[in-house]
Design a binder for this molecule. Structure first.
Ligand SMILES: [Zn+2]
Length: 173
């Protein structure tokens, strides 16, 4: 999926700001940071719930328009995030399976969420800790996603969009 970048917003607010607000202080430990990561994943799941009929990548695009996601043909890594033209961009490898792309987008999104915190306190967590947090965030999101998708099987009693259950049916610690 390649998205137009012509209407790139100049500020990052809304969803991104709300996600960052859940971890406004530099983490005192990886445990502390993982807890905040869980809260961020839950918030994003809740925000995406009314749009569960849309593809995952598209939902992120409409929810966080200040992060532009593009698939790139010859990317040497699964994904990368960078700031350009006053906006965040996530590039993901076009040849990867959709499940990998979904994971990668969420992983890179977490790096974007964490960026100000990481910059403020670069020594608080190690690079591998930040990678762990990004993997954890993506894993949590996809676990929630698959628990929602389970409703699609034998969908006689399937709730309408906007009425999805918000109980923690998957991946709860
Ligand atoms: Zn990473």
């Amino acid at each position: 999926m390649t998205m137009e970048t012509d209407d790139t917003p100049s500020v990052c607010t809304g969803t991104l700001a709300a996600l960052r607000a859940l971890a406004a202080e530099p983490p005192v430990s990886i445990t502390n940071a993982l807890r905040a990561t869980d809260a961020q994943a839950q918030l994003l799941v809740d925000l995406m719930t009314p749009a569960y009929h849309q593809p995952l990548l598209g939902r992120h695009a409409s929810l966080i328009p200040s992060v532009i996601v593009e698939t790139i043909d010859d990317l040497p890594v699964p994904g990368t995030a960078f700031w350009a033209k006053r906006c965040w961009h996530i590039h993901i490898r076009a040849s990867d399976p959709i499940d990998t792309q979904n994971f990668t987008v969420l992983h890179e999104l977490k790096h974007i969420i964490d960026y100000p915190l990481r910059r403020k306190q670069p020594d608080r967590l190690s690079d591998s800790d930040w990678e762990t947090l990004a993997d954890h965030f993506a894993g949590r999101m996809l676990a929630r996603e698959s628990s929602h998708n389970a409703w699609d099987v034998g969908s006689a009693n399937k709730p309408q969009a906007g009425q999805w259950p918000t109980t923690k049916t998957g991946g709860a610690s």
